[in-house]
Design a protein around this ligand. Sequence first.
Ligand code: PHE
Length: 595
Amino acid sequence: MAGTSRAQWGSRLGFILAASGSAVGLGNVWRFPYVTGDNGGGYFILIYLVCIALVGIPILAAEIMIGRAGQKQPVGAFAAIEGRRTLWGGVGWLGVIAGFVILSFYIVVAGWSMDYTLKSVVGFTNGIHKSASIEAAQFRGQAPVEEMREMLAERKADETSRSETSAMRRALAPKTWRDLDRMRSAIEGAVDPSAARARLMTDDEVLANVEAAERKEAAIEAVRAEHLERARVEIAALTENDVLERAEDTKRRDLIAEGVGAAFGATASDGWTSAFWSLLFMLMTILIVAGGVAEGIERACRVLLPALLVLILVMVVYGFFQPGFAAAAEFVLRPDASRLLPSSVLEALGQAFFTLSLGMGAMITYGSYQRAEANRAGPGLIGESVAIAGIDTLIALLACLMIFPIIFSFGQAPAAGPGLVFISMPLAFAEIGAGGMLLAILFFGLLFFAALTSSISLLEVIVSYFIDERDWSRTKATWILGLVVLAFGLPSAFSMDPGFVMSGWEPSYGANFFDVMDHLSSNWMLPAGGLLIAIYAGWFMPKRVRDAQLDGLGAPILLGWLLLVRFVAPALVIAVLLQKVGILNIDDLLIGLGG
Ligand code: PHE
């Protein structure tokens, strides 16, 4: 992609591959499963699919169309279509800023995938497998059978009570639980605990919250105790040999989970490690965008995207035979309104934008690299959009079917936050043993590559603005902007490091810097950008330009698209944003940002 004479994709397939490369990335394999886990699965996925179909696909087509018609990056494309500079250029600007924010934390997670590729090459899952197996065998040989029975009963109770108790927990607002936590830590540190309690209790709201949370906690305990009673009876009926077998197995899985958790901690909670890998990943992104070797990437996509898909399928099949599969299938597939949080609709919408690379002009930019004669291919526009969204959604859903059986098989919580994929997959790889090492290398290597094809599209949006509108050279723009984004990403790299100066964010706002950037960009900036793009394409784009773009499209499809892009998509986005803004108070907003 050169600055002077506009580069073009080799073919229509080339365009679809490049756009899919942008769409398929960490959003599918890292972000989708983790927000699904945080939002209770089931209904969340359903809402997400509705967002993809009614909002995502129409806006995707709109972006491609604007790029193709304008033959420029987002800021310039609107001016080119309008024949002069208008306020619509601001949409492009918003996109440049959103790209900046997204890329700043994207490189951190992509960096983790590089770290994990290297960890896999030196066989970290193998090591965990070996020591866990040895220790579990010792446990089997030494621990009293009664202790084993109790451990198995506890585990069983955790499993059977989980969905009920977590629904009970969610019945109270996060703020309520936080007041309880705050109260506890105040008492813990205080010289005179009852005085500390009395002081905090002077605030009526805190008082009410603490009492409500304590009552709920007792109720949750009671439910768990019931489950434990039942589990004890069940386990008591097992033969001693069964108990030994199961105890060893459970112990091994626990130890594996411990080792895998420690490995993630070593990466994420060490700011310097995260920063180092972010830097390396950013340099690779810069080199590719600066060198304009995007065609190489386009060609590599042809092989590596299907490879990622196949590997995910292999792991889905593996998960199918794991003990947690039924629980996972229930979690992912069964719509259960009680698990849905009020903020989930916004999360689903934000995820739809994020995963399709929408709302910030990446698809406008990629569309602009399509030959103008592609104008002729009206039907192509919708077909391409559906194909890109279809590939993207398929990979996202499969990623959930791959991750959650593992999570449930190891008794882990689905709401593990941004670490989910890095905690869940190594569990399976470690459990598999020697062969798992190869799978781990392939998996994290392909994840890294998928992240790279997305990050270049993010940087491309930012860079192409400075090339087209500011006359910077490609080299200068890429290096300067890439390094600025990297600097802005450092607080995200350090945000999970307890020694970091800004670690005070998390306790006071319920979300760290990284989470705030993630949710701010996906849930607010992208939907806002997408809304404006839909309004432009539906209502303001000169009819002559739009007709030329849509030439050849059948009347029903054209009508359907217009209906969606004019009314349905804007109405849905506005409704979701307003519902969120309407109940605004700064505390709630920050909880919302923090998920
Ligand atoms: N769609 C990419 C992913 O799923 C992320 C992305 C968002 C890329 C916005 C470009 C623009 O990983």
